[in-house]
Design a protein around this ligand. Sequence first.
Ligand SMILES: [Zn+2]
Length: 392
Amino acid sequence: MKTISKKFYPLALGLSLMLTSCTKEEKNVIEEAPASAVSAKTSFKKLPNNITPSNRFNISSSLLTVSDFDSKLNLSDAVAPSECSDTPFNEVADFYNDLLIEGFIAVWDGNPDAIGIILEDYFVINQIAAADENKNTDYFGADGKYTNYVKKRVRSLEKFWDMADLVTVNGQHTETLEDLDFIRYVYENYSSATEDEIEEILIIAESFNTASNQIPENPFYASDGFATFDKKIVIGDGIVTFLEDTGLDPKVIWSSILAHEWGHQIQFLNFGKWEYPIPVFSDTPESTRMTELEADFITGYYLTHKRGGTYNWKRVEDFLTAFFNIGDCGFESPGHHGTPIERLAAARAGYDLASGAQKNGKIISQQAVHEAFLSKLDEILNSPLSVDAVAR
Ligand SMILES: [Zn+2]
């Protein structure tokens, strides 16, 4: 059996998705699902409480990964921070969350193994597909709708940051989970399940894939967004769908996520060389906030630079406003992240750096961008920007 060599450090804007309902109201929605959503062959109206993760896949090792949109399942009754409950992103996430859970319950025969497979393993399998197996990773958007756009943006980032052919950007898609042979392959190579167990698992997978229009079609299954130390960026169609459903331009979303993850790649590239006021990537709230704010600063600089993304500030601000809301709402410990205001201030400072250089259009070095960020960090952390500027 192969051991998976990767480890996710939840350093960034991780998104913990709740696959049980987050609030009492949502529970009621599930319990009172219309008859059409509940198959006649089952009387199950909600998932059992206190499900423990199956841990079927042993994911552990030492590879540094910055996870920005981590579709980690939480089958407990955790509650999302209430102050974030009315953000557009959360409304979208709740909508798809409920669709997925209702879709699962509608075709569920009560076998508890199915929960671990369909609502846990599927996410790990699609993460392995995108990060380890390069399965369906060479296109972006369902049916490759954004492939050309993303490739163009990658070339722009490579040129801007002088990083040709250094970073691999991988797509992630729900349709990957329709491939039962691939699911079998992952269990055979990444888990300790026996042949008999794998046969049972495949029967369950096929039955859900066939009977439910949410499995694996629901965008949650492709909602990863992260950067790894071995120079990979993964962006799932699902996270773009969520943000697009809040009313944002999908091209701005692709560009912004890419530019932010690219910022982490620049940090990795300079790891050990760049100095920071506190230990970098040390898995503390202050350290995480610092590297996230720097990635936002780098994003603001690139996206608004006239030799980079050439965006005006308003477009960047629109995206970052949504992006920040995700971070605050998703994490179980909001204190691990920069606040929306701090993050907006960081991106704004990156924009100011770019616009200050607009006269000669010069692109300053990665080192100079890093130093500019550090010189602004105190200002960013004490920004006079108001909540109203962010919570629109
Ligand atoms: Zn990040």
